[in-house]
Write a protein that binds this ligand. Structure first.
Ligand SMILES: Nc1ncnc2c1ncn2[C@@H]1O[C@H](COP(=O)(O)OP(=O)(O)OP(=O)(O)O)[C@@H](O)[C@H]1O
Ligand SMILES: [Mg+2]
Length: 371
Protein backbone atom coordinates (compact mmCIF):
# COMPACT_ATOMS: atom_id res chain seq x y z
CA UNK A 1 0.00 0.00 0.00
CA UNK A 2 1.86 3.08 -1.26
CA UNK A 3 1.39 6.70 -0.31
CA UNK A 4 -2.16 8.02 -0.79
CA UNK A 5 -2.40 10.77 -3.41
CA UNK A 6 -6.15 11.41 -3.48
CA UNK A 7 -8.64 10.55 -0.83
CA UNK A 8 -12.42 10.78 -0.93
CA UNK A 9 -14.08 10.54 2.47
CA UNK A 10 -17.77 9.76 2.28
CA UNK A 11 -18.19 12.23 -0.56
CA UNK A 12 -21.73 12.95 -1.68
CA UNK A 13 -22.92 15.32 -4.38
CA UNK A 14 -26.48 16.25 -5.20
CA UNK A 15 -27.88 18.71 -7.69
CA UNK A 16 -31.24 19.71 -6.17
CA UNK A 17 -33.12 16.41 -6.00
CA UNK A 18 -30.66 14.45 -8.21
CA UNK A 19 -28.07 12.54 -6.20
CA UNK A 20 -25.17 12.31 -8.67
CA UNK A 21 -22.69 10.67 -6.26
CA UNK A 22 -23.52 8.94 -3.00
CA UNK A 23 -20.95 8.08 -0.32
CA UNK A 24 -17.76 7.68 -2.34
CA UNK A 25 -15.00 6.48 -0.03
CA UNK A 26 -11.58 5.63 -1.46
CA UNK A 27 -7.85 6.23 -1.12
CA UNK A 28 -6.07 6.41 -4.49
CA UNK A 29 -2.37 5.70 -4.33
CA UNK A 30 0.42 7.78 -5.80
CA UNK A 31 1.18 6.54 -9.31
CA UNK A 32 -1.97 4.44 -9.46
CA UNK A 33 -4.04 4.08 -12.64
CA UNK A 34 -7.53 4.29 -11.18
CA UNK A 35 -10.63 4.06 -13.37
CA UNK A 36 -14.23 5.11 -12.85
CA UNK A 37 -16.42 2.75 -14.83
CA UNK A 38 -20.17 2.66 -15.27
CA UNK A 39 -23.09 3.36 -17.60
CA UNK A 40 -24.16 6.82 -18.71
CA UNK A 41 -25.33 9.05 -15.87
CA UNK A 42 -23.76 6.97 -13.07
CA UNK A 43 -21.74 9.91 -11.73
CA UNK A 44 -18.28 9.45 -13.28
CA UNK A 45 -17.84 12.98 -14.59
CA UNK A 46 -19.27 14.47 -11.41
CA UNK A 47 -16.73 12.51 -9.33
CA UNK A 48 -13.92 13.78 -11.57
CA UNK A 49 -15.17 17.36 -11.36
CA UNK A 50 -15.26 17.08 -7.56
CA UNK A 51 -11.62 15.99 -7.51
CA UNK A 52 -10.68 18.72 -9.99
CA UNK A 53 -12.42 21.36 -7.89
CA UNK A 54 -15.00 22.22 -10.55
CA UNK A 55 -17.77 21.13 -8.14
CA UNK A 56 -18.02 21.30 -4.37
CA UNK A 57 -19.14 18.19 -2.47
CA UNK A 58 -22.52 18.42 -0.71
CA UNK A 59 -21.05 16.27 2.05
CA UNK A 60 -17.72 14.64 2.86
CA UNK A 61 -14.12 15.61 2.22
CA UNK A 62 -11.56 15.46 -0.56
CA UNK A 63 -7.86 15.33 0.26
CA UNK A 64 -5.00 15.80 -2.19
CA UNK A 65 -1.66 14.56 -0.88
CA UNK A 66 -3.04 14.65 2.66
CA UNK A 67 -4.43 18.21 2.42
CA UNK A 68 -8.15 18.95 2.68
CA UNK A 69 -9.11 20.70 -0.57
CA UNK A 70 -12.92 20.42 -0.58
CA UNK A 71 -13.24 24.22 -0.68
CA UNK A 72 -10.02 24.96 -2.60
CA UNK A 73 -10.68 26.26 -6.15
CA UNK A 74 -9.62 24.27 -9.20
CA UNK A 75 -6.69 26.48 -10.22
CA UNK A 76 -5.08 26.04 -6.80
CA UNK A 77 -5.13 22.25 -7.00
CA UNK A 78 -2.16 20.48 -8.49
CA UNK A 79 -4.27 18.37 -10.86
CA UNK A 80 -5.15 18.68 -14.55
CA UNK A 81 -8.16 17.45 -16.46
CA UNK A 82 -8.12 16.08 -20.01
CA UNK A 83 -11.54 16.07 -21.66
CA UNK A 84 -12.87 14.13 -24.61
CA UNK A 85 -12.72 17.15 -26.94
CA UNK A 86 -9.04 17.93 -26.11
CA UNK A 87 -9.71 21.72 -26.09
CA UNK A 88 -6.46 22.74 -27.78
CA UNK A 89 -6.21 26.43 -28.72
CA UNK A 90 -6.83 26.43 -32.49
CA UNK A 91 -4.79 29.55 -33.26
CA UNK A 92 -1.69 28.39 -31.37
CA UNK A 93 0.87 25.95 -32.74
CA UNK A 94 1.74 22.76 -30.86
CA UNK A 95 4.66 24.32 -29.03
CA UNK A 96 2.58 27.23 -27.72
CA UNK A 97 -0.28 24.95 -26.77
CA UNK A 98 2.04 22.81 -24.68
CA UNK A 99 3.72 25.89 -23.21
CA UNK A 100 0.40 27.37 -22.03
CA UNK A 101 0.26 25.99 -18.43
CA UNK A 102 3.84 27.14 -17.85
CA UNK A 103 3.07 30.55 -19.34
CA UNK A 104 0.26 30.93 -16.81
CA UNK A 105 2.87 30.45 -14.11
CA UNK A 106 5.12 33.09 -15.62
CA UNK A 107 7.61 30.77 -17.34
CA UNK A 108 8.87 32.22 -20.67
CA UNK A 109 8.80 30.26 -23.92
CA UNK A 110 12.60 30.05 -24.21
CA UNK A 111 12.94 28.97 -20.61
CA UNK A 112 10.25 26.31 -21.09
CA UNK A 113 11.94 24.93 -24.23
CA UNK A 114 13.58 21.94 -22.58
CA UNK A 115 10.41 20.86 -20.74
CA UNK A 116 8.28 21.23 -23.86
CA UNK A 117 10.76 19.12 -25.82
CA UNK A 118 10.76 16.48 -23.10
CA UNK A 119 6.98 16.02 -22.99
CA UNK A 120 6.73 16.04 -26.79
CA UNK A 121 9.32 13.25 -26.81
CA UNK A 122 7.28 11.43 -24.18
CA UNK A 123 4.14 11.43 -26.34
CA UNK A 124 6.17 10.72 -29.48
CA UNK A 125 5.35 14.04 -31.17
CA UNK A 126 8.78 15.55 -31.75
CA UNK A 127 8.98 17.54 -34.97
CA UNK A 128 5.35 18.75 -34.78
CA UNK A 129 6.17 21.94 -32.83
CA UNK A 130 5.07 24.35 -35.55
CA UNK A 131 1.86 22.62 -36.61
CA UNK A 132 -1.56 24.02 -35.78
CA UNK A 133 -4.16 21.70 -34.18
CA UNK A 134 -6.20 21.48 -37.40
CA UNK A 135 -3.11 20.10 -39.16
CA UNK A 136 -3.07 17.07 -36.83
CA UNK A 137 -5.03 13.80 -36.71
CA UNK A 138 -7.35 13.00 -33.80
CA UNK A 139 -4.80 10.74 -32.12
CA UNK A 140 -2.05 13.33 -32.55
CA UNK A 141 -4.25 16.06 -31.08
CA UNK A 142 -4.98 13.80 -28.14
CA UNK A 143 -1.26 13.28 -27.56
CA UNK A 144 -0.64 17.04 -27.65
CA UNK A 145 -3.44 17.56 -25.11
CA UNK A 146 -1.71 14.97 -22.95
CA UNK A 147 1.69 16.65 -23.34
CA UNK A 148 0.14 19.97 -22.31
CA UNK A 149 -1.35 18.36 -19.19
CA UNK A 150 1.96 16.80 -18.21
CA UNK A 151 4.29 19.74 -18.87
CA UNK A 152 4.03 21.27 -15.40
CA UNK A 153 4.31 17.90 -13.60
CA UNK A 154 0.89 17.74 -11.90
CA UNK A 155 0.32 15.43 -8.93
CA UNK A 156 -2.55 13.79 -10.79
CA UNK A 157 -4.15 13.74 -14.19
CA UNK A 158 -7.91 13.38 -14.50
CA UNK A 159 -9.06 12.01 -17.84
CA UNK A 160 -12.73 12.06 -18.86
CA UNK A 161 -13.27 9.57 -21.70
CA UNK A 162 -10.18 10.98 -23.43
CA UNK A 163 -10.32 8.44 -26.26
CA UNK A 164 -14.07 8.67 -26.84
CA UNK A 165 -13.76 10.57 -30.12
CA UNK A 166 -11.30 8.15 -31.72
CA UNK A 167 -12.13 5.22 -33.99
CA UNK A 168 -11.70 1.71 -32.60
CA UNK A 169 -8.18 0.87 -33.87
CA UNK A 170 -6.76 4.24 -32.94
CA UNK A 171 -8.45 3.98 -29.57
CA UNK A 172 -6.75 0.65 -28.83
CA UNK A 173 -3.38 2.05 -29.97
CA UNK A 174 -3.85 5.16 -27.79
CA UNK A 175 -4.72 2.99 -24.78
CA UNK A 176 -1.24 1.49 -25.00
CA UNK A 177 0.36 4.91 -25.50
CA UNK A 178 -1.48 6.30 -22.48
CA UNK A 179 -0.60 3.38 -20.27
CA UNK A 180 3.09 3.57 -21.28
CA UNK A 181 3.18 7.30 -20.60
CA UNK A 182 1.55 6.82 -17.22
CA UNK A 183 4.10 4.15 -16.28
CA UNK A 184 6.90 6.39 -17.53
CA UNK A 185 5.94 9.50 -15.57
CA UNK A 186 4.56 7.72 -12.49
CA UNK A 187 1.74 10.28 -12.14
CA UNK A 188 -1.60 9.25 -10.62
CA UNK A 189 -4.22 8.88 -13.37
CA UNK A 190 -7.93 8.92 -12.72
CA UNK A 191 -9.56 7.67 -15.85
CA UNK A 192 -13.25 7.83 -16.70
CA UNK A 193 -14.67 5.36 -19.17
CA UNK A 194 -17.84 3.43 -19.85
CA UNK A 195 -15.84 0.84 -21.80
CA UNK A 196 -15.20 -2.20 -19.62
CA UNK A 197 -12.40 -3.60 -21.79
CA UNK A 198 -10.55 -0.29 -21.60
CA UNK A 199 -10.90 -0.23 -17.81
CA UNK A 200 -9.85 -3.87 -17.38
CA UNK A 201 -6.78 -3.62 -19.60
CA UNK A 202 -5.43 -0.28 -18.36
CA UNK A 203 -6.24 0.04 -14.67
CA UNK A 204 -4.56 -0.92 -11.44
CA UNK A 205 -7.95 -0.57 -9.76
CA UNK A 206 -11.47 0.18 -10.92
CA UNK A 207 -14.49 1.70 -9.17
CA UNK A 208 -17.68 0.39 -10.76
CA UNK A 209 -20.61 2.78 -10.38
CA UNK A 210 -24.33 2.81 -11.07
CA UNK A 211 -26.83 5.54 -10.26
CA UNK A 212 -24.30 7.47 -8.18
CA UNK A 213 -23.51 4.44 -6.07
CA UNK A 214 -20.13 2.72 -5.93
CA UNK A 215 -20.82 -1.00 -6.30
CA UNK A 216 -17.25 -2.27 -6.07
CA UNK A 217 -13.67 -1.04 -5.95
CA UNK A 218 -11.03 -3.60 -6.87
CA UNK A 219 -8.32 -4.79 -9.22
CA UNK A 220 -9.43 -5.91 -12.70
CA UNK A 221 -9.02 -9.51 -11.52
CA UNK A 222 -11.24 -8.98 -8.46
CA UNK A 223 -13.88 -7.11 -10.45
CA UNK A 224 -13.98 -9.76 -13.16
CA UNK A 225 -13.70 -12.91 -11.09
CA UNK A 226 -15.48 -11.94 -7.88
CA UNK A 227 -18.05 -9.29 -8.81
CA UNK A 228 -19.57 -7.91 -5.60
CA UNK A 229 -23.07 -7.34 -6.97
CA UNK A 230 -25.26 -8.71 -9.75
CA UNK A 231 -24.95 -5.33 -11.48
CA UNK A 232 -21.13 -5.55 -11.59
CA UNK A 233 -21.37 -9.15 -12.75
CA UNK A 234 -23.70 -8.16 -15.59
CA UNK A 235 -21.91 -4.97 -16.61
CA UNK A 236 -18.51 -6.62 -16.97
CA UNK A 237 -17.91 -9.64 -19.17
CA UNK A 238 -20.60 -12.02 -20.37
CA UNK A 239 -22.62 -13.69 -17.63
CA UNK A 240 -25.40 -16.24 -17.39
CA UNK A 241 -27.85 -15.52 -14.59
CA UNK A 242 -29.76 -18.58 -13.43
CA UNK A 243 -32.42 -18.96 -10.80
CA UNK A 244 -31.85 -21.44 -8.00
CA UNK A 245 -32.31 -22.00 -4.30
CA UNK A 246 -29.62 -21.98 -1.66
CA UNK A 247 -29.98 -25.27 0.22
CA UNK A 248 -26.98 -24.93 2.52
CA UNK A 249 -24.64 -22.11 3.50
CA UNK A 250 -21.77 -22.09 5.96
CA UNK A 251 -18.32 -20.58 6.33
CA UNK A 252 -18.50 -18.57 3.09
CA UNK A 253 -19.41 -21.47 0.80
CA UNK A 254 -22.74 -23.06 -0.04
CA UNK A 255 -24.83 -25.47 -2.06
CA UNK A 256 -27.50 -24.43 -4.56
CA UNK A 257 -30.27 -26.41 -6.18
CA UNK A 258 -30.39 -25.74 -9.92
CA UNK A 259 -32.82 -27.61 -12.16
CA UNK A 260 -32.99 -30.58 -9.79
CA UNK A 261 -29.22 -30.83 -9.23
CA UNK A 262 -27.18 -29.86 -6.17
CA UNK A 263 -24.21 -27.69 -7.03
CA UNK A 264 -21.40 -26.73 -4.67
CA UNK A 265 -20.38 -23.04 -4.66
CA UNK A 266 -17.00 -22.04 -3.35
CA UNK A 267 -18.12 -18.48 -2.58
CA UNK A 268 -21.38 -17.59 -0.89
CA UNK A 269 -21.92 -14.02 0.39
CA UNK A 270 -22.58 -13.85 4.15
CA UNK A 271 -25.92 -12.09 3.63
CA UNK A 272 -27.52 -15.15 2.02
CA UNK A 273 -29.27 -17.76 4.16
CA UNK A 274 -30.12 -21.40 3.47
CA UNK A 275 -33.56 -21.76 1.94
CA UNK A 276 -33.33 -18.43 0.09
CA UNK A 277 -34.06 -18.04 -3.63
CA UNK A 278 -30.84 -16.86 -5.29
CA UNK A 279 -29.33 -15.73 -8.58
CA UNK A 280 -26.46 -17.84 -9.84
CA UNK A 281 -23.90 -16.03 -11.98
CA UNK A 282 -21.87 -18.18 -14.36
CA UNK A 283 -19.48 -16.72 -16.93
CA UNK A 284 -20.23 -17.94 -20.45
CA UNK A 285 -16.58 -18.80 -21.10
CA UNK A 286 -16.51 -21.03 -18.00
CA UNK A 287 -19.28 -23.24 -19.31
CA UNK A 288 -17.97 -26.42 -20.91
CA UNK A 289 -19.96 -28.51 -23.36
CA UNK A 290 -19.45 -32.26 -22.95
CA UNK A 291 -16.33 -31.76 -20.77
CA UNK A 292 -13.63 -34.37 -21.32
CA UNK A 293 -12.47 -34.26 -17.72
CA UNK A 294 -14.91 -34.53 -14.86
CA UNK A 295 -16.28 -31.24 -13.55
CA UNK A 296 -17.94 -30.54 -10.19
CA UNK A 297 -21.25 -29.63 -11.80
CA UNK A 298 -22.76 -31.51 -14.72
CA UNK A 299 -26.20 -30.69 -16.11
CA UNK A 300 -28.06 -32.30 -19.01
CA UNK A 301 -29.13 -29.79 -21.68
CA UNK A 302 -30.19 -29.42 -25.31
CA UNK A 303 -28.49 -27.03 -27.75
CA UNK A 304 -31.04 -24.57 -29.13
CA UNK A 305 -28.92 -22.13 -31.10
CA UNK A 306 -25.32 -21.91 -32.28
CA UNK A 307 -23.76 -18.65 -33.45
CA UNK A 308 -20.31 -18.59 -35.04
CA UNK A 309 -18.47 -15.38 -34.09
CA UNK A 310 -15.02 -15.83 -35.66
CA UNK A 311 -12.80 -16.49 -32.66
CA UNK A 312 -15.52 -18.44 -30.85
CA UNK A 313 -18.94 -20.09 -30.94
CA UNK A 314 -21.84 -19.12 -28.73
CA UNK A 315 -24.14 -22.03 -27.94
CA UNK A 316 -27.45 -21.32 -26.22
CA UNK A 317 -28.69 -24.42 -24.42
CA UNK A 318 -31.91 -25.14 -22.60
CA UNK A 319 -31.51 -26.80 -19.28
CA UNK A 320 -34.87 -27.55 -17.70
CA UNK A 321 -36.78 -24.26 -17.72
CA UNK A 322 -33.64 -22.11 -18.06
CA UNK A 323 -31.16 -21.07 -20.72
CA UNK A 324 -27.39 -21.37 -20.34
CA UNK A 325 -25.06 -19.81 -22.88
CA UNK A 326 -21.61 -21.28 -23.49
CA UNK A 327 -18.87 -19.43 -25.36
CA UNK A 328 -16.32 -21.89 -26.71
CA UNK A 329 -13.16 -20.88 -28.60
CA UNK A 330 -13.18 -21.98 -32.24
CA UNK A 331 -10.07 -24.14 -31.78
CA UNK A 332 -11.70 -26.30 -29.12
CA UNK A 333 -15.20 -26.36 -30.62
CA UNK A 334 -16.55 -29.85 -31.30
CA UNK A 335 -18.15 -29.78 -34.79
CA UNK A 336 -20.28 -32.76 -33.73
CA UNK A 337 -22.36 -30.42 -31.56
CA UNK A 338 -25.39 -29.22 -33.57
CA UNK A 339 -28.62 -27.39 -32.88
CA UNK A 340 -30.82 -30.03 -31.26
CA UNK A 341 -27.88 -32.02 -29.81
CA UNK A 342 -28.17 -33.34 -26.28
CA UNK A 343 -25.14 -32.15 -24.30
CA UNK A 344 -23.78 -32.16 -20.78
CA UNK A 345 -22.94 -28.75 -19.35
CA UNK A 346 -19.99 -28.73 -16.99
CA UNK A 347 -18.45 -26.10 -14.69
CA UNK A 348 -16.56 -25.89 -11.42
CA UNK A 349 -17.62 -24.83 -7.93
CA UNK A 350 -15.34 -21.78 -8.21
CA UNK A 351 -17.00 -20.66 -11.45
CA UNK A 352 -20.26 -19.49 -9.91
CA UNK A 353 -21.11 -16.41 -7.89
CA UNK A 354 -24.30 -16.06 -5.88
CA UNK A 355 -26.53 -13.02 -5.38
CA UNK A 356 -29.80 -12.28 -3.65
CA UNK A 357 -32.78 -12.68 -5.97
CA UNK A 358 -33.71 -9.08 -5.17
CA UNK A 359 -30.68 -7.93 -7.22
CA UNK A 360 -32.25 -9.27 -10.40
CA UNK A 361 -33.62 -5.84 -11.35
CA UNK A 362 -30.07 -4.40 -11.39
CA UNK A 363 -28.87 -6.74 -14.09
CA UNK A 364 -27.87 -5.08 -17.33
CA UNK A 365 -28.53 -7.35 -20.28
CA UNK A 366 -26.94 -6.65 -23.62
CA UNK A 367 -28.31 -9.75 -25.26
CA UNK A 368 -28.88 -10.05 -29.01
CA UNK A 369 -32.59 -10.37 -28.21
CA UNK A 370 -32.70 -6.85 -26.77
CA UNK A 371 -30.98 -5.23 -29.77
N1 LIG B 1 -24.96 20.42 -13.18
C1 LIG B 1 -25.88 19.47 -13.01
N2 LIG B 1 -27.14 19.76 -12.63
C2 LIG B 1 -28.06 18.79 -12.42
N3 LIG B 1 -27.83 17.48 -12.60
C3 LIG B 1 -26.60 17.11 -13.00
C4 LIG B 1 -25.55 18.08 -13.23
N4 LIG B 1 -24.44 17.42 -13.61
C5 LIG B 1 -24.77 16.11 -13.61
N5 LIG B 1 -26.06 15.91 -13.25
C6 LIG B 1 -26.76 14.62 -13.11
O1 LIG B 1 -25.99 13.80 -12.27
C7 LIG B 1 -25.96 12.45 -12.75
C8 LIG B 1 -24.53 12.02 -13.01
O2 LIG B 1 -24.00 12.74 -14.10
P1 LIG B 1 -22.52 12.54 -14.65
O3 LIG B 1 -22.28 13.56 -15.69
O4 LIG B 1 -21.57 12.52 -13.51
O5 LIG B 1 -22.63 11.09 -15.30
P2 LIG B 1 -21.55 10.25 -16.14
O6 LIG B 1 -21.35 8.97 -15.42
O7 LIG B 1 -20.35 11.07 -16.41
O8 LIG B 1 -22.36 9.93 -17.50
P3 LIG B 1 -21.82 9.86 -19.03
O9 LIG B 1 -21.22 8.50 -19.21
O10 LIG B 1 -23.09 10.00 -19.82
O11 LIG B 1 -20.86 10.98 -19.26
C9 LIG B 1 -26.85 12.44 -13.97
O12 LIG B 1 -28.11 12.01 -13.58
C10 LIG B 1 -26.86 13.88 -14.41
O13 LIG B 1 -28.06 14.18 -15.09
MG1 LIG C 1 -19.49 11.83 -18.19
Amino acid sequence: MGEVAIELREVRKSFDEVVAVQRFDVGIRKGEFFSLLGPSGCGKTTTLRLIAGLEEPSEGQILLEGREVSRVPAFKRNVHTVFQDYALFPHMDVRRNVWFPLKMRGVGLAEAGERIARVLRLVNMEGFERRLPQQLSGGQRQRIALARSLVDSPAALLLDEPLGALDFKLRVAMQKVLKDIQRGVGITFIYVTHDQTEALTMSDRIAVMKGGQVHQIGTPDEIYNTPATAFVASFIGDMNFLRGRLSAASGGSGTVELEGQSIACRRCPPGLAAGEEVLIGLRTERVQLNPLRSTEALLPAVVKRIVYRGTDYEATCSCGAQEIRAVVSSVSWDPGVREGSAVRIGFGSGDVSLYARSEESQIIQYSSVAV
